[in-house]
Design a protein around this ligand. Structure first.
Ligand code: PGA
Length: 244
């Protein structure tokens, strides 16, 4: 499987910036057949613009959240069928910023993931411990619980391991800590589900090569560094070239 290089723009970009960013990535991707898969997850409001730009390219489109229900009286929310109709193939779910600021539980994340899969989207389910949990060695207990409660019963999904203390701090875990947690996640999930396990949290050009070469790291979820086309492209290009 090619490495999955996913951009999480969060609540960033003006429309012109979003368009420029996609165009810059498209120009780079058009120069040859890359040895990685690129997915961009813009804010909802630019999804339609980005969908028309990535149409016909190898770049995938994703959203940053969806509602657990198919439709209904949920003012301000966005459904999985709406995202599918817009051209999305992926949706990030249970990001720590959603868990923290919107009190999202793993139970809710599972409901959202189930709805996403029903509508043909691949959920990218985020898990990860906070600093205080790692300080007392509880990271595997926390991640295990998040996995057990948020993984949908059937269908294809990705996991993104994002230690909360590494997000936007410039301080990723050691490669050994990444390897240990990715092994743990791999062993926790039924192998028949063929899950891709991404790492996220302070991924940059300067550390991408080592992280992407780490065992059981199938790709990266990139926040801040994905807002710069050069930087994000550099991260993608740091993917190992061998297949497998
Ligand atoms: P970061 O964010 O790359 O800015 O640390 C990653 C994420 O939150 O997905």
């Amino acid at each position: 499987m090619k490495k999955q290089i996913v951009a999480n723009w969060k609540m960033n970009t003006a429309r012109a910036q979003a368009v420029a960013l996609v165009n810059a990535l498209k120009a780079k991707a058009g120069q040859g057949s890359p040895h990685f898969d690129l997915v961009i997850c813009p804010p909802f409001v630019w999804l339609a613009d980005c969908a028309s730009l990535v149409a016909g390219s190898a770049m995938g489109l994703g959203a940053q959240d969806c509602h657990a229900a198919e439709k209904g009286a949920y003012t301000g929310d966005i459904s999985a069928p709406m995202l599918k109709e817009l051209g999305c193939s992926y949706v990030i779910l249970g990001h720590s910023e959603r868990r923290q600021h919107h009190q999202e539980s793993s139970i809710l994340v599972k409901e959202k993931a189930t709805q996403a899969i029903k509508n043909g989207l691949v959920p990218i389910i985020c898990v990860g411990e906070v600093e205080a949990e790692r300080a007392i060695g509880q990271q595997e207990v926390i991640v295990a619980r998040q996995l057990d409660q948020s993984i949908p019963d059937t269908g294809r999904f990705y996991i993104a391991y994002e230690p909360v203390w590494a997000i936007g701090t410039g301080k990723p875990p050691s490669l050994e800590d990444i390897r240990i947690m990715h092994d743990f996640i791999r062993n926790r999930i039924d192998p028949s589900r063929g899950v891709a396990i991404l790492y996220g949290g302070s991924v940059k050009v300067s550390n991408a090569r080592e992280i992407l070469a780490t065992k059981n790291v199938d790709g990266v979820l990139v926040g801040g560094a994905s807002l710069d086309a050069e930087e994000f492209w550099g991260i993608a290009q740091a993917s190992p070239t061998h297949k497998g």
